[in-house]
Design a protein around this ligand. Structure first.
Ligand code: GRF
Length: 205
């Protein structure tokens, strides 16, 4: 059984898509052991509790990169999300992870981003796509490396950008695909089908 820790800051809809799909189907070999938020008031913590999953707010003073990494590692390890066998999912986590933490859990941290990376990394990816006038956008699930939104890509799903779209309508269309892509990527990981090769990811049949 692979134990998953999910890091959140806000709404928690991707967290919920993961919670719905773990413990059965392609992700029956994994379960979410702990959800950690840097914001105690995050809705995502309530989502976790609704599913009976341990929900933890980071202690005050976890702001410096060193403290953040240490707090996260301590909480994850104490819930069995180990750097050797665990999986850490960033689901709308708005803090940059220190390189030391990324190194500790190397190849075992995933993130979901609302654009077709490497286009539009960073904040407000959907707004960037609207401003740039692209005709196609989407979402990306990737492994995390110290550089933000730059790690090996696992899955991407594309959506059209339609005439008259604004940031909200495009975000909603992308979000529906996020809720499919993240459980799919986690399923591939749990089945041992992902291998990082150079800057990419090979998916075994
Ligand atoms: C999603 O759009 C995700 O791609 C981005 O942050 C948002 C989180 O939404 N990283 P939610 O908290 O999962 O609803």
């Amino acid at each position: 059984m692979i134990r998953i820790g999910v890091l959140v800051s806000g709404r928690g809809s991707n967290l919920e898509s993961i919670l719905k799909s773990t413990g059965s189907g392609p992700i029956k070999g994994a379960r979410v052991s702990v959800v950690i938020s840097n914001r105690p008031e995050a809705r995502a913590l309530r989502v976790a509790r609704r599913y009976g999953v341990k929900a933890v707010a980071l202690p005050p003073g976890s702001d410096s990169p060193d403290r953040l990494g240490a707090s996260l590692a301590t909480i994850l390890e104490s819930h069995g999300v180990t750097r050797k066998e665990g999986l850490v999912l960033l689901a709308g986590f708005m803090k940059v992870l220190p390189a030391s933490f990324v190194e500790l859990y190397r190849g075992r941290i995933m993130n979901i981003h609302p654009s077709l990376l490497p286009a539009f990394p960073g904040l407000n990816a959907q707004g960037q796509a609207i401003d740039r006038g692209v005709k196609v956008s989407g979402c990306t699930v990737h492994f995390v490396v110290p550089e933000v939104d730059a790690g090996p890509i696992i899955i991407q799903k594309a959506v059209p950008v339609k005439e008259g779209d604004d940031e909200d309508s495009l975000s909603a269309r992308i979000l529906r695909q996020e809720h499919r892509a993240y459980p799919e990527a986690v399923g591939l990981f749990v089945q041992g089908r992902l291998r990082i090769v150079g800057r990419g990811v090979q998916v075994k049949k």
